[in-house]
Design a protein around this ligand. Structure first.
Ligand code: F6P
Length: 547
C-alpha cells in the first residue's frame, strides 16, 4: 500500500501550498464574480458555500484528484453495500441502511439488513406511540410523563443534540431527561424533580457493559424501589436499547422492552437506530422518520452527486487541504442557532473518536496529521468569547458557520440581528482589514496622528482565514438529518484519505482499564498499587482527604 504522500495529487497539492497557500482570498475574489457559483453546492435544504477558502480552481481540481486517487467513491460504495470497512473490529458499517426506507437488499455478515431495520422501526413506533398516548402505564396506573435516558457517548450525544435542536417540534407530551455522567450530581438533580409513578427509564448502551451507564442504571432502579416502597415492577418503568440483549436481560429488563441495535451500527453513528428512541418519544415518531428521510437524502447525494458538487466530499477535501497542506489542525463549529448548542459536542465525538488516530490500515504510523481538534459554541456567544482568537490569534482555525434562512422563533428583529452577525463574521475572517485602512478609519474618526500610529497595529485583521458557510432553509427534522449525515460522510471520506480506521475507538480503552484497577484502591483500607509517583501520591492525597 502506497503512502498517501507519494500520490501525484498529494504532491501537486504540496506544491500548490508552497506556491499559492498564502495568497490572500481577497485577491481570489477580486474580479471573479463566478467564484461563489463555482465553489458552492446544495443538497435538499442544505446549502454550502465553500468559496471563503484558500483555494483556486487548480487546487480544487487537485483535491478532487486526491479523492479519486484515494478511491473514496469505491470505499463509499463498499461501506454502503455492507462490506467490512471496520477492519480492526471486523465489522460492516451500515448506519446508512438504518435510514434507507426503500429497503435496498443489503447484507451484513450474510444477513439481510432491511427486514431487521424495518421490524425494529415498527417496534419502536409501537413503543413510542404507547408511551406518548398515555397507554403505557406505570405501577400506580399513571401515564408516563417523563423519560430518563441513561447512556453515554454515542448512546447519549446524538439523541440529546437532536432533541435540543428540534425543541420547536416538541409537543411536551413527554419530557426527556438525560443522564450520562457517573458523577452523582447529574442523576441526583434529574431524579429530584421526578415522580417515580410516571417516570420511565431508558437504558441505552450498545455493549450494556459501560461502567458509567450501569452505575447510573442501578441507582435509577434503587430509586424506583425506594420511591415506590418496593411496589414498582421494573417492566413498567424500564426499557433498554442494546446489541447485548442477554446483558440487558440479566439487568432485569424484559425482552419485550429491549430494542436492538447491531454490531454494524457504530456507537457514534447510532442515533438513527433504537438509540434514537429519546428523539421519537420526545418529538413523535413522524419527526423521527423525517430525520431519517433527510439523512437518506444526504446519503443518496453522497453516493451520486458529482464530486465537485458533493457536499460531504468537498468538506472532507477542504479539511484535508487546511490541515495537511496549510497546517491548520483545528476546526471550529459555529451554529448560529441556539437550539444547535450541542452540535459542537456531538461532532467532537463523531469526528475526534473516528479520526483522532495515527495508525494506518497496515499498522504503520502515518506521516501526516489526521483528525483536527473539533471545538465550538453557539456562534453569537462565541463572538463575545473566543472570536478574538479566530480573527487575530496566531493559531489559524477554519470555521464552519451554520445557520438558517428562516427562524423557528421569529421575534421582531432577532433573526436579522443574528444572521447579520453570521454573515459578517465569515466576511471579517476572510477580508480582514489592513494597516492603511485602519489608519484611514482612525483618522476619519478624528484621532491624532501619534495615537493613530500607536493604536492602528492592534486593529489590523490579516483576514485570509478560511470558513465554510452552511445555510439551511430552516432547522427542520429533515434538514437536521441531512446536516448530520453530511458530517458523518465528511468524516468517513477523510478517514479514507488518511488511511485510518475511522470506526474503531481503541484510544478510549487504556484509561478505562486503568480506572478499573484504581477504583478498588480508593477504598479506605485498600493498598495503593504500583503506579508512577504522580498517580500514587495523588491517590494517597485523595484518600487522606476522605472523612
Ligand atoms: O468509550 C467510548 C464508547 O465506546 C463510545 O464509542 C460509545 O459511544 C460509548 O463508549 C458508549 O458505549 P455503549 O453504548 O456501549 O455504552
Amino acid at each position: 500500500m502506497s503512502c498517501r504522500t507519494s500520490l501525484p495529487a498529494w504532491q501537486a497539492l504540496a506544491a500548490d501550498a508552497e506556491n499559492f497557500g498564502s495568497v490572500h482570498m481577497n485577491s481570489l475574489f477580486a474580479g471573479d464574480e463566478q467564484r461563489f457559483d463555482r465553489f458552492s453546492a446544495q443538497c435538499g435544504g442544505v446549502f454550502l458555500d465553500f468559496s471563503k477558502n484558500r483555494i483556486d480552481e487548480g487546487i480544487f481540481q487537485h483535491l478532487l484528484q486526491l479523492a479519486e486517487e484515494c478511491e473514496v467513491a469505491q470505499w463509499r460504495d463498499k461501506m454502503m453495500s455492507g462490506a467490512i470497512v471496520n477492519p480492526t473490529e471486523g465489522r460492516a458499517v451500515l448506519h446508512t441502511a438504518l435510514r434507507d426506507r426503500s429497503k435496498q437488499p443489503i447484507e451484513a455478515e450474510g444477513e439481510a439488513v432491511a427486514p431487521l431495520v424495518s421490524a425494529e422501526l415498527a417496534r419502536m413506533e409501537r413503543f413510542t406511540n404507547s408511551v406518548r398516548s398515555g397507554e403505557w402505564l406505570g405501577y400506580t396506573g399513571a401515564a408516563i410523563t417523563d423519560v430518563v435516558s441513561i447512556g453515554i457517548g454515542g448512546s447519549n450525544l446524538g439523541p440529546l443534540m437532536v432533541t435540543e435542536a428540534l425543541k420547536d417540534y416538541c409537543d411536551e407530551r413527554i419530557k426527556m431527561h438525560y443522564v450520562s455522567n457517573v458523577d452523582g450530581a447529574q442523576i441526583s438533580q434529574v431524579l429530584s424533580k421526578l415522580n417515580a409513578a410516571s417516570t420511565l427509564f431508558l437504558i441505552s448502551s450498545k455493549t450494556f457493559t459501560t461502567a458509567e451507564t450501569m452505575t447510573n442504571a442501578r441507582t435509577a432502579r434503587q430509586w424506583l424501589m425506594d420511591q415506590s416502597n418496593g411496589e414498582a415492577q421494573a417492566e413498567k418503568h424500564f426499557a433498554a436499547v442494546s446489541s447485548n440483549v442477554s446483558k440487558a436481560k440479566e439487568f432485569g429488563i424484559g425482552e419485550d422492552n429491549i430494542y436492538s441495535m447491531w454490531d454494524w451500527v457504530g456507537g457514534r453513528y447510532s442515533l438513527w437506530s433504537a438509540i434514537g428512541l429519546p428523539i421519537a418519544l420526545n418529538l413523535g415518531f413522524e419527526h423521527f422518520l423525517s430525520l431519517l428521510e433527510g439523512a437518506h437524502e444526504m446519503d443518496q447525494h453522497f453516493a451520486t452527486a458529482v464530486p465537485e458538487k458533493n457536499l460531504p466530499l468537498i468538506l472532507a477535501l477542504i479539511g484535508v487541504w487546511n490541515s495537511n497542506f496549510l497546517g491548520m489542525n483545528a476546526q471550529a463549529i459555529l451554529p448560529y442557532d441556539q437550539n444547535l448548542h450541542r452540535l459542537p459536542a456531538y461532532l467532537q465525538q463523531a469526528d475526534m473518536e473516528s479520526n483522532g488516530k495515527s495508525t494506518n490500515w497496515q499498522g504503520e504510523t502515518v506521516p501526516y496529521t489526521t483528525g483536527p481538534l473539533i471545538w465550538g459554541e453557539v456562534g453569537i456567544n462565541g463572538q463575545h468569547a473566543f472570536y478574538q482568537l479566530l480573527h487575530q490569534g496566531k493559531t489559524l482555525v477554519p470555521a464552519d458557520f451554520i445557520g438558517s434562512a428562516k427562524s423557528n422563533n421569529p421575534l421582531p428583529g432577532h433573526h436579522e440581528n443574528l444572521m447579520a452577525n453570521f454573515f459578517g463574521q465569515s466576511q471579517a475572517m476572510m477580508t480582514g482589514v489592513d494597516l492603511n485602512a485602519v489608519r484611514e478609519q482612525l483618522t476619519a474618526q478624528g484621532m491624532d496622528k501619534e495615537s493613530v500610529e500607536r493604536i492602528a497595529p492592534h486593529k489590523v485583521h490579516e483576514g485570509n482565514r478560511p470558513s465554510n458557510t452552511l445555510l439551511m432553509d430552516a432547522l427542520t427534522p429533515k434538514n437536521l438529518g441531512a446536516l448530520i449525515a453530511m458530517y458523518e460522510h465528511k468524516i468517513f471520506a477523510q478517514g479514507i484519505i488518511w488511511q485510518i480506521c475511522s470506526f474503531d475507538q481503541w484510544g478510549v480503552e487504556l484509561g478505562k482499564v486503568l480506572a478499573k484497577a484504581i477504583e478498588p484502591e480508593l477504598a479506605v483500607d485498600a493498598e495503593i498499587g504500583a503506579h508512577d509517583c504522580s498517580t500514587r501520591n495523588l491517590l494517597a492525597r485523595f484518600k487522606s482527604l476522605q472523612d
